[in-house]
Design a protein around this ligand. Structure first.
Ligand code: AMP
Length: 396
């Protein structure tokens, strides 16, 4: 894997694909700077070497040029975070960008306008990629969030740098963390899969069954498994067309010696509402008119034990409807169990959408070994797919 450390950037212009797709408020202030901060180590290393930096990113989903999606709104915040003035080019290609890039001196930073102002970016256009490529000497991809897209700046551009290309620090860390969980893992390996649907996680489940020892199933997915086994799930969420599939997964897991742990009790509610009446019931005996919205206390005890004995933990998907305060306890408790195991030396990776939101919301992020920055990209990696943005760096 070619990383930043393998290249000396002295006197070179590094063209870095970053993910600065940050949220802005109505006054165009950046409300969450995580993604800009995440790119800092890569930028710092290049500047420290004596190189200069050209940053390219998308912001939102503009249809052509739309002022509200201009990256000019983030220049000030980016300058503050990087501790250096960031110059701005009002287009990502063309004469102004070319001049700004050519004039760039060692130690300086240039941010290009939103790549998606050109439809050629998402179209993966070769000519557009070539024009971008002409701006720099070395291509660095540090945008994990878009690594699963074969866009011009994430993938196609790499062919114009047969030798001079590498992963940025953030992207390298993402790849490394997933490898630690799925390929070079210390056993026992436990995957916790929650969230709403079996259908959206099935490819992940199939891909990881060969690599894990335990699988904890939680969240809305639970009830498709419980119903398939003959349990009564009341009004709980269920995919009736996936009952067969659920049984097949259980059978496959058995063949592969993977222990599946389903909740044994749930917090059942008489409505999908934070103020609904609740009761703790056996997961196989949920009364009519009630639905399971969170894992119950016995389940959490069971999960805590499995997690406590694990050396490697992957967590994707919440254990309940954590967006509602009264059904967040299972997700918080599980997060605490993983935090505890991590403290004792286990490696924990949280990735893929909602569980990342949950660990952030409940202040658990610093207690995990690694929290992924890319929802869709992480899910595709868990599915065993080769991401085009990663493949493009590895190809020579
Ligand atoms: P996913 O995007 O598939 O990871 O699903 C995340 C969503 O699953 C969250 O918005 C949760 O509120 C939801 N969820 C978790 N547990 C349940 C449940 N028992 N019933 C309904 N939705 C759930």
């Amino acid at each position: 894997m070619k990383t930043l450390q393998d290249i000396n950037f002295n006197g070179k212009k590094a063209l870095i694909r970053v993910d600065f797709n940050v949220p802005l408020d109505e006054n165009f202030n950046v409300t969450d700077t995580t993604r800009i901060e995440a790119a800092k180590p890569t930028i710092d290393k290049i500047l420290a070497d004596g190189g200069s930096v050209i940053l390219m990113s998308h912001l939102g989903r503009p249809k052509g040029v739309e002022e509200k999606y201009s990256l000019k709104h983030i220049v000030q915040t980016t300058s503050k975070i990087l501790g250096k003035d960031v110059k701005f080019a009002t287009d990502s290609i063309g004469s102004e960008a070319q001049k700004a890039a050519a004039d760039l001196k060692p130690g300086e930073i240039l941010l290009l306008e939103n790549l998606r102002f050109h439809k050629e970016e998402e179209g993966g256009d070769v000519e557009f990629s070539k024009n971008l490529a002409a701006l720099g000497d070395v291509y660095v991809n540090d945008a994990f969030g878009t690594a699963h897209r074969a866009h011009a700046s994430t993938t196609i551009i790499a062919q114009f740098f047969p030798e001079e290309k590498c992963f940025g620090t953030l992207l390298a860390k993402e790849i490394d963390s997933l490898n630690k969980v799925l390929n070079n893992s210390e056993k026992p390996v436990t995957a916790v899969l929650g969230g709403s649907k079996v259908s959206s996680k099935i490819t992940v489940i199939e891909n990881i069954l060969d690599k894990i020892d335990h699988m904890i199933v939680g969240g809305g997915m639970t009830f498709t498994f419980i119903k398939a086994q003959g349990g009564q799930i009341g009004q709980s969420i269920c995919e009736d067309d996936k009952l067969e599939l659920a049984l097949e997964i259980l059978e496959k897991a058995k063949q592969k010696n993977v222990q599946i742990h389903l909740p044994v009790d749930v917090i059942a509610a008489d409505a999908f509402d934070n103020t609904a009446n609740t009761q703790v019931v056996d997961v196989t005996k949920i009364p009519d008119g009630w639905q399971g919205l969170d894992a119950g206390p016995k389940s959490l005890e069971l999960f805590d034990k499995v997690i406590g004995e694990s050396k490697t933990i992957l967590w994707n998907g919440p254990l309940g409807v954590f967006e509602m305060e009264n059904f967040a306890n299972g997700t918080i408790a599980l997060g605490n169990s993983i935090a505890e195991a991590t403290k004792k030396g286990a490696f924990s990776l949280v990735g893929g959408g909602d569980s990342v939101a949950a660990v952030k919301q409940f202040g658990l992020e610093p207690k995990m070994s690694y929290v992924s920055t890319g929802g869709g990209a992480m899910l595709e990696m868990l599915e065993g797919k080769t991401l085009p943005g990663i493949a493009a760096i590895l190809e020579s």
